[in-house]
Design a protein around this ligand. Structure first.
Ligand SMILES: [Zn+2]
Ligand SMILES: [Zn+2]
Length: 166
């Protein structure tokens, strides 16, 4: 996303909005971006060789729950702040004086913002580690029987204490 600053005056606040298409490879997990990133920023030309960008981006992903593997889709918003400099200062993006290319800044912003963990819902119950049943959908019997085996008193449950009261 190129922003033309050739007519900008120093100190002007220039509102810019647009879209940026990102490669799904940026998504460090199985899935894809659902739409181009929406970009809404203000650009300020600070000097002839410096510009600053602040604003917001919005992006959506289609991916799979980390616990149960079900498909899920989310939209995220992130703050974008970037400095552009013609003198190649640290933590700045290159600026030739006429235009800035916001693409790298948008990419970096999304990479930093991407969630490390995605769940289909906050209290996703996940899959049973023994039989693989999706515990959001139905309950299996694995947990009960595993508890029984490890409990030395489990056998007592089989005994009948109700008799003998004549
Ligand atoms: Zn889930
Ligand atoms: Zn199970």
């Amino acid at each position: 996303m190129i922003i033309d600053l050739s007519n900008a005056k120093i100190g002007d606040l220039i509102p810019v909005s647009g879209e940026e298409i990102l490669s799904d490879e940026l998504l460090d997990r199985e899935g894809r971006f659902t739409a181009p990133v929406k970009v809404s920023v203000d650009v300020v030309l600070i000097s002839e060789s410096e510009a600053a960008v602040t604003g917001e981006i919005e992006y959506g992903i289609h991916t799979y729950c980390d616990k149960c593997g079900e498909e899920c889709e989310y939209v995220y918003k992130a703050k974008l702040g970037a400095s552009f400099s013609g003198s190649g200062e640290e933590d700045t993006y290159p600026f030739g004086g006429m235009e800035i290319d916001l693409s790298k800044a948008i990419q970096d912003c999304v990479i930093l913002d991407l969630p490390t963990k995605v769940l289909c819902k906050e209290d996703c119950a996940g899959l049973c580690p023994i039989c693989g049943t999706n515990l959001n959908v139905k309950q299996c019997k694995c947990k009960e029987s595993a508890e029984d085996e490890s409990n030395p008193f489990a056998a007592l449950r089989q005994l009948d204490f109700s008799g003998g009261a004549e």
